[in-house]
Design a protein around this ligand. Sequence first.
Ligand code: FAD
Length: 524
Amino acid sequence: MNREKNIQKIKEYPDEWDVIIIGGGATGLGAAVDSASRGFKTLLVEMSDFAKATSSRSTKLIHGGLRYLQQGNISLVIEALKERGLLCQNAPHLVHHMSFLVPSYKWWEGPFYGIGIKIYDMLAGKLGLEPSKSLTKKETLKAIPTLEEKGLRGGIVYYDGQFDDSRLAITLARTFEELGGTAINYMKVTGIHKVKGLCTGVKVKDLESGENHLLKGKVIINATGIFTDTIRKLDDDKCQNIIAPSQGIHLVLPKKFQPKNTAILVPQTEDGRVLFIVPWHDRLLLGTTDTEVKKPVLEPEARKSEVKFLLEHAAHYFAIPPKESDILSVFAGLRPLIKSREEEGSSSISRDHSILVSNSGLITIAGGKWTTYRKMGEDVINKAIVVGGLPERSCITRSLKLHGWMEDVDLKDPLSLYGSEARLIRGLESERKDLKEPIHADLPYKKSEVVWAVRKEMARTVEDVLARRTRSLLLDARASLSCAKLVAELIAKELGRPPSWIENQCSEYKELAQKYIYHGTEKI
Ligand code: FAD
C-alpha cells in the first residue's frame, strides 16, 4: 500500500467511485473488502491510522460470546460462531484456536456452565472447534497450576478463536488493495456533499498535507464506530444520536501469572461482567470493564477504578495475585454500542449490528463486533447495491482467503502473522543484516518489521509502527518508549523525513506512551 500513489489516484479520479467508505476500522475494512471483491470501484478514507480507534483495543477473541448465550441472544451467537469458523479457514495466519478454562468454585457452577458450553459447541455446527470437556480438580490444576486452589471443585475446557486485531485490520486493508480498492489513512471526512438533497460525495482533508478534496461516489457508507453520530450530523444536523459508547479496559501482565497456553474465563463477576485472562503474544491480557462514557474520543484512558476492579477480581483466581507494579501496559477502548432503552446498563445493550439509510441516502452501519465484521460487510454492501443502483453481484467473501493466507502456519514462528509474506521480510533481512536486530530486548520485533510496515503497510508514524503494525505499546509500554527514537530514525530514512520530524515524533510518542504506563497508587 502506497499512500502517495493513492493520493495521486484521488486527484486524478475524484468523481468516479462506486462506493466511498468512511472509517478504517473492522467495519469499514470489512465493507471495503466485500465491495471491492464484487468488482465495485471502492475508496476507503480513515481520519487517523487503520484500526486506531476501537479495532485495535479489543480482547482479541473471535468468538460466539458465551455471555450473549446467557442473555438468550441465540441468533447473534450462531452468526458469530459461523463467522469464527469462516475466519479460521480464510485467515489461519491470524486466527487460531485457543482453549478456555472455566473454573468452578461453587457446586452448581460445573453442571450449569457445562450445559451452557455444550449448547455453545452444538450451535457452531459443522464449523465447530474441538469439543468441550469437564475436568476434575486435579486436571484443572494441571491445566492451570497458578489457579487459586482453595475452594476449587473442577473446571470446564472449551475452545474459541484468538487473533491480533490491528494485524487483521492491516491484512484486510492489503486484501482490499489486492482486489483493486484504494485505502488512505490520515484522510478525514469534514463534510457530506449533496446535490438536490441527495448525498453524492464527501469533503475530505489530508491531515498530512492540509489539502482538501471533494470526492464523489454513487454510495457513501458511514462506518465510523463511536464517531457514527458525528458523520450522521454532517448529513443531518437534527438527527438523534444512536451510539452509546461504553469503555472497556485491559491490563497486560507478564506471562508468569499463567504460564500455560490456556485462557481463563470467569462467566460472572459481581456486576455481571465476563472476565477474561488470555495469553497473547507471550503476555496475559486481563479484561474487561464496562463503563459508560459521554463522548467518543480517539485515545480513551483507563480509570483507576477500572484497574482496581480488574486486579481485585483477578486476585480471586490467581494463587499469587498480580499487583499494580506488574502491569506492563493498560489500554482502553470504546464499544460502539447501539443505544437501547435508557434504563438498561451498557453490558446488556445489544452487540448486533444495524444499518440505517438517511433521507439523503447516506448509509450508516454500526454496532456488531470484530468477529462479525465479514457479515456486516456483506449486509451493508447488499444495502449499497439497492441504495446506489449498483449492478446486482453476489457476495464472495465467505470463502475469500485473506492476504498472506497460507497452509500449515507455524504459530511458533515470530513472523507467522504475516503468513506467506514472512519470507519476504526474511528476504529484507538477508539483503541488510542490520534489519535482523531486535528493536528492543523485551519486545518480539525486529527492525525489518519497521521497514516492512512503512514500505508495504502504509505506516506513517512511530505510533503506527509501535501500536498497530507491531503491538509493542500494548506488550510493554515502557520498552516501546525506549525504542521510539530508533523506530523514528528507521521510518525517517524510508520516508525521507528531516531530523526535526524525528524529534517531534519522539515527543508525541512519549506523551502517548505515558497513558499506557500505569502510574498507580500502590507503594512498590
Ligand atoms: P472503529 O474501530 O472505531 O473504527 C471507526 C473508524 O472510523 C476509526 O478508525 C476512526 O478514526 C474513523 N473515523 C471516524 N471519523 C472519521 C472521519 N470523519 N473521517 C474518516 N474516518 C473517520 N469484538 C470481538 O469480536 N471480539 C472481542 O474480543 C472484542 N473485544 C472487545 C473489547 C473491548 C474493550 C471493546 C471496546 C470492543 C471489543 N470488541 C470485540 C468489539 C470490536 O472491537 C468492535 O465492534 C469493532 O472494533 C468496531 O469496529 P468499527 O470499525 O465499527 O469501529
